[in-house]
Design a protein around this ligand. Structure first.
Ligand SMILES: [Zn+2]
Ligand SMILES: [Zn+2]
Length: 363
């Protein structure tokens, strides 16, 4: 198969003919239709995140068609259309059993291997790691059964791809992690691929107002199209003061959809008493935030993380497909540009330059 390979951090990706082993027990082989270009992969490539095993095939957001299944696979057969999930679930560990499968103990974050502990990709006998348990910058990949969620075959696969990471992460942070009620005020710091989905999650649950904060005018414009009622250009205005002015007592919920520790501090400062700050973006390895503790205590404010929108993938990914098919979830509007597999470096450049809501690699 053909894959875009990162041989060393801070160097360009190269398209290679990569050998792909057959699926082992509990695994499936998927022919990719499309893959989103995610900020987490850019961070892995540009060196912001430490300890990324190489060589590695990046990509944690994609959809395709099951080609073959390994022994013991029960939920999928060849021909099934699937969204890939970077968070495999075992169904049996503490977190799976208590209904928080996005924290499954079977996950191996940052190791570049399947839940079983090894990779199915190689080059000349040398293992090639698989980013996010899936490695979607590949024409064909092998993943754990629980990383491939079957969806309705009438759903366009290029649009389904985005549900696998950015849509689930952004919408899920609002409707699952924070469970924002109608009429609550919210602000989203950083309206790239994930932040735009937090905005539209807010529109889905009828949050009011929905305030978008960014430093790129075109992104703020996209946020308005996806349901933001207010837009703050943080390069020109103080976002905390503006949020306080618009909401009068501070925001009930703030979401940080950018991997920037300073934005976490601002999002905490912008909270109303009793408010919750949800951190979605993953900053550089080792980043810390100075925190004024007193208002946290006296105003019972909460700061919490949200990983993968607290996804229960087997429930939530098909649910998001239905919301798209019913016209209640926007995905077409999120796709700024389409690329070939050999254009992944250009997609990274455009993403880093703030030119993309979402770039999509199509196979
Ligand atoms: Zn992602
Ligand atoms: Zn589990």
């Amino acid at each position: 198969m053909r894959a875009s390979v990162l041989f060393e951090q801070r160097t360009p990706l190269k398209v290679e003919d990569v050998e792909l082993e057959a699926p082992r027990a509990g695994e499936v082989r998927v022919r990719m239709a499309a893959s989103g270009v995610c900020h987490s992969c850019l961070h892995a490539a540009d060196g912001s995140w430490a300890n990324v095993p190489v060589p590695i095939v990046l990509g944690d957001e994609g959809a395709g068609v099951v080609e073959a299944v390994g022994p013991g696979v029960q939920t999928l057969t060849a021909g099934d259309h699937v969204i890939l999930s970077w968070a495999p679930t075992c169904g049996r560990c503490h977190y799976c059993v208590i209904g928080r499968p996005n924290l499954c103990e079977q996950r191996r974050p940052g190791q570049g291997v399947l839940p079983e502990g090894t990779t199915r990709m190689s080059l000349g006998g040398r293992p090639v790691y698989q980013y996010g348990h899936v490695a979607t910058y590949a024409s064909v990949t092998v993943v754990a059964e629980s990383s491939a969620i079957a969806i309705d075959r009438t759903m366009p696969l290029d649009r389904a791809a985005l549900i696998g990471c950015s849509v689930m992460t952004g919408v899920g942070a609002v409707i699952n992690t924070a469970a924002v009620p109608p009429g609550a005020s919210m602000a989203v710091f950083g309206v790239g691929g994930v932040g735009l989905n937090a905005v539209q999650g807010g529109a889905m649950v009828a949050a009011q107002p929905i305030i978008a904060v960014d430093v790129v005018g075109s992104k703020l414009e996209s946020a308005r199209q996806l349901g933001a009622t207010h837009a703050i250009d943080a390069s020109r205005e103080d976002p905390v003061a503006e949020i306080r002015r618009i909401t009068r007592r501070g925001a009930d919920f703030t979401f940080v959809a950018v991997g920037d520790a300073r934005a976490v501090g601002q999002a905490a400062d912008a909270l109303a008493p009793g408010g919750t700050c949800v951190v979605i973006g993953v900053p550089a390895t080792g980043a810390t935030v100075p925190l004024d503790v007193r208002p946290l205590v006296t105003g019972e404010r909460v700061i919490r993380g949200s990983s993968y929108g607290s996804a229960r993938t087997r429930e939530d990914l098909p649910r998001l497909v239905e919301l798209y098919r019913g016209g209640r979830l926007k995905i077409d509007e999120l796709i700024t540009r389409r690329y070939g597999l050999d254009e992944a470096n250009e997609a990274f450049r455009a993403l880093a330059a703030g030119e993309l809501s979402r770039g999509l690699i199509v196979f």
